[in-house]
Write a new protein. Structure first.
Length: 439
């Protein structure tokens, strides 16, 4: 049996099941309507970070597409998939969301961060010169060949003015789960030094791309939230943690290493990319989502959090926060509200044999007062700790006998609830969270 599953690494990823592909823009069936054969049903609302509906967001699940309604809602059903479901939510004026689920999910709420908008006005006859636009909140700087170097999907030269949408990303809001493919095809995990999504559009709202053979440059300040930004391992030759460039693949949810020149200038990572000849652009990607990361080879660890079924629905959502110090000495963290229909969370792509800090916040009163946090193996000395609003614990991630990516059961399928109940999973620790009703 497969029930709601929510996954998390430094970005949180979710999972559930029922459906068939539908046409883009079609509002879709009501949940009570027959759509034979139903396999995996997904529904939800896409909001901005301030809570307003995002109209016209494109929701793609395993290739089936829906656009959100005037209230930001969507309903979509797709064929059953034992290997899970890749959910991609995007809108040119907002940062992308991309996550994995093992089953369908109803009533999900996605909050998208708005991009910053810069407009470049130029003389198209000026030649393939480069100029830059800047995100004022982070200092991210994007250099594009505005003067004749940007093309539409048809190959036509872009016309002025050009709008550039920049979405800064860090470990808390990056798409995917830090699973990546190196240039050699090896599956690795990443530790980020900052990332950005860049979309350029012309006056006719057509997505634009850098012409093959030309270059663009990204300057990404290392986010202060990552802590120590000196990174001596990358600055002192020979580098023990070389920084490389990665581009996000929305279909697989992986970061793909790309040929690029990457370096550090102070606390800023500089990426220079030359678009290969014959490169085929993706109209949904735009310039793309790029990441300046250190690749970590070898095994990764995972930890499971179970939410006990005897916890009253009124005690949900439970705010769950995860954090772990990376091998670079920076801190990766994420927070997610867990609903009553989400029986477990998997933290994966973790640093092996390292502390994982978890905190749980519930409604004050009996929900918080009755909170019990247990774990196998036992938690660190002095844990768990309880407060008036919840509790915290610290566990060890385990030996890390995994390749990077979502953990698999002995049959090679993504770990689901039945696997957890039967113990058929490779994760090094299991944490159980319950708040039984007062007798």
């Amino acid at each position: 049996m497969r029930r709601s599953l929510f996954l998390l690494l430094s970005s949180l990823v979710v999972v559930i099941s029922c459906g068939e592909p539908t046409r883009e823009g079609d509002p879709g069936p009501e949940l009570g309507e027959s759509t034979a054969p139903l396999s995996a049903v997904f529904s939800g609302t896409v909001l901005s970070s301030t809570g307003t509906p995002v109209v016209g967001a494109r929701v793609t699940i395993n290739g089936a597409v829906r656009t959100t309604s005037s209230t930001g809602t969507y309903t979509l059903s797709v064929a059953d998939s034992p290997s899970g479901y890749r959910i991609d939510v995007r809108h040119p004026q907002f940062g992308i969301i991309n996550e994995f689920r093992t089953a369908g999910a109803l009533g999900q709420v996605y909050r998208m961060n708005r991009t910053s908008l810069s407009t470049a006005v130029f003389n198209p006859a000026g030649g393939p010169q480069t100029q830059f636009v800047t995100d004022p909140s982070t200092g991210i700087r994007v250099y594009l060949p505005f003067f004749g170097g940007l093309r539409t999907m048809s190959g036509a030269t872009a016309q002025s003015p050009i709008r550039v949408f920049i979405t800064p990303l860090d470990a808390t809001n990056m798409p995917g789960d830090f699973t990546a493919r190196s240039l050699t095809g090896e599956r690795v995990r990443l530790e980020t030094l900052g990332a950005v999504t860049v979309m350029a559009m012309d006056s006719a709202n057509q997505p634009l791309f850098v012409a093959p053979g030309l270059s663009f440059h990204l300057e990404i300040p290392i986010p202060s939230s990552l802590g120590d930004r000196t990174l001596p391992c990358a600055r002192t030759p020979p580098s023990t943690c070389p920084i490389t460039a990665w581009k996000f693949n929305r279909t697989t949810g992986e970061w793909i290493e790309r040929q690029a020149q990457v370096g550090l200038s102070g606390n800023t990572t500089v990426i220079s990319v030359t678009v290969p000849l014959g490169d085929t652009p993706d109209p949904m990607e735009g310039i793309g989502t790029w990441n300046a990361d250190v690749e970590i080879r070898g095994p990764a660890a995972c930890t499971i959090i179970e939410y006990s079924s005897d916890t009253p629905p009124s005690c949900f959502p439970i705010q769950t926060k995860f954090s772990q110090v990376t091998s670079l000495g920076t801190t990766q963290s994420a927070t997610k509200a867990i609903g009553a229909t989400d029986p477990f969370v998997i933290l994966y792509n973790l640093r092996p044999n390292a502390d994982v800090d978890l905190s749980f916040s519930l409604k004050t009163g009996s929900c918080a007062d009755n909170l019990e946090i247990t774990s196998v193996p036992a938690p660190a000395t002095g844990y768990p700790q309880y407060t008036a609003t919840g509790g915290t614990t610290r566990v060890t991630s385990g030996a890390g006998a995994l390749v990077p990516g979502y953990p698999l059961d002995p049959d090679g399928n993504p770990v689901d609830l039945l696997d957890i109940v039967n113990g058929d999973h490779p994760c090094g620790a299991v944490v159980t969270v319950r708040s039984p009703p007062t007798p």
